[in-house]
Design a protein around this ligand. Structure first.
Ligand code: DP6
Length: 401
């Protein structure tokens, strides 16, 4: 518990939290207020070396009110989801106060929160999941709350509950009315499948699409397909996917990942009025992956898309040289997105010489500049506490550095 002083002055905690990418998608709530899903979901938590949110929270009797800064800008603390997370943490802390001497005056303090992402928000990556997971983890540490707090992160943003754990994570639907059993659980640790690699393909996109909260509301209201999906497709898929992960069965893992992404986007098209998250580049990536897999007669790469046009590819390490070479060939960088930085993250791998046969099988017209860059990463750990005060985002007065 380094980095925390008893509350005579300011106590402060800094954490980082990961992004997660679902292979069984969450889309649709049965309870808006508690953020309870209509189906279970399953995701891979990504390494924080490449993508993470960082948050510092401080509590002091000197603070006049609760305040929050996001990516350098002060924001309203009254945002309902933020209030829900803060309220839930304080409620839990109050419940435990009698057994926790460490709690001291904390409950009488206002808090300052400062948070940022180490990746451009404009990239449209799952920033709310990492952000809320980081907020809840930091507050839980600050208020000395042990045990699972994924049910609190869930109320910030549904997918955030899965970012509370590392590796391969399942979000169970739960049955309880108060949502206390709708929580995230790790099914396998980050090092369970070391050969599994992740490429986040950042697509050059125009204007922002419909947000997920609003999008899924309209889907639940208007789509018959989403009901069928939740009742008759996801339950067995979730089981199959869990098994595929446990057995490191990439064929099954990849096939279900692609099918589930496609079905999620089909429910978006079935929404009235329809929602389109994929753009032309997304569709080219889908074609590329299928033709590549077909060429080899097995699944070597699997795509998945969230509420935007960026692709996330899952693949095995041994196939990286060929897959990266394909992206360089069909989505070459232009001078605007310099070649040097086209692949970021884990050390770049030697690209494979592509056979004329394979290029012919893929058969796409190269489309320079339509992919901005690619982040090469892998599965990673749960939220971490940073003990070095230099890494804190708030100074000793509780103001952004
Ligand atoms: C497509 O968790 O962002 O990424 O609960 O309304 O905050 P809210 O939605 P959010 O939805 C994520 C949807 C998704 C699929 C997924 O991550 O499972």
């Amino acid at each position: 518990r380094a980095n925390m002083k008893p509350v005579t002055g300011t106590s402060q905690v800094t954490c980082t939290a990961p992004v997660n990418i679902a292979v069984i998608k969450y889309w649709g709530k049965r309870d808006e207020r508690l953020v309870l899903p209509i189906n279970p979901s399953l995701s891979v938590t990504l390494s924080q070396d490449q993508l993470c949110a960082r948050t510092t929270v401080a509590a002091s009797l000197d603070f006049k009110k609760d305040r929050i800064w996001l990516n350098g800008q002060e924001q309203s603390i009254d945002a309902p989801r933020l209030q829900k997370c803060l309220g839930e943490i304080r409620r839990l802390a109050r419940k435990r106060k009698h057994e926790e001497e460490r709690m001291g005056d904390l409950l009488g303090c206002c808090v300052h929160i400062c948070s940022e992402n180490n990746f451009p928000t404009a990239a449209g990556l799952a920033s709310s999941a990492a952000g809320y997971a980081c907020l809840v983890q930091s507050l839980a540490k600050l208020f000395h709350i042990d045990g699972d707090v994924s049910h609190i992160a869930r109320q910030g943003s549904g997918s955030a509950c899965r970012s509370m754990y590392g590796g391969f994570v399942e979000w169970t639907m739960g049955k309880m009315e108060d949502g206390s059993d709708s929580i995230a659980k790790q099914i396998a640790p980050a090092d369970h499948w070391p050969e599994l690699r992740v490429l986040v393909v950042v697509v050059n996109a125009g204007k922002k699409a419909v947000g997920s909260t609003e999008g899924m509301q309209t889907t639940v209201k208007t789509s018959a397909l989403i009901k069928y999906r939740a009742e008759h497709v996801v339950p067995s898929r979730q089981e199959e996917m869990r098994q595929a992960v446990l057995e490191r069965d990439f064929q099954t893992f990849g096939e279900i990942t692609m099918k589930d992404s496609n079905q999620f986007h089909a429910t978006c098209l079935d929404t009235y009025p329809p929602i389109f998250y994929l753009n032309e580049t997304s569709k080219h990536i889908i074609h590329l992956v299928h033709r590549y897999n077909q060429h080899h007669g097995k699944i070597r790469a699997a795509y998945t898309f969230d509420a935007g046009p960026n692709a996330v590819l899952y693949l095995l390490q041994e196939d990286l040289p060929e897959v990266l070479a394909l992206f360089h060939h069909f989505f070459p960088a232009t001078t605007n997105n310099s070649e040097r930085q086209f692949v970021r993250g884990l050390p770049d791998v030697q690209r494979k010489e592509l056979s004329a046969d394979l290029l012919d099988s893929v058969g796409l017209e190269p489309s320079p500049g339509s992919v901005q860059y690619i982040i090469h990463t892998k599965a990673g750990e749960d939220p971490q506490v940073l003990t070095d005060p230099q890494q804190a985002l708030l100074d000793e007065n509780g103001l952004p550095k």
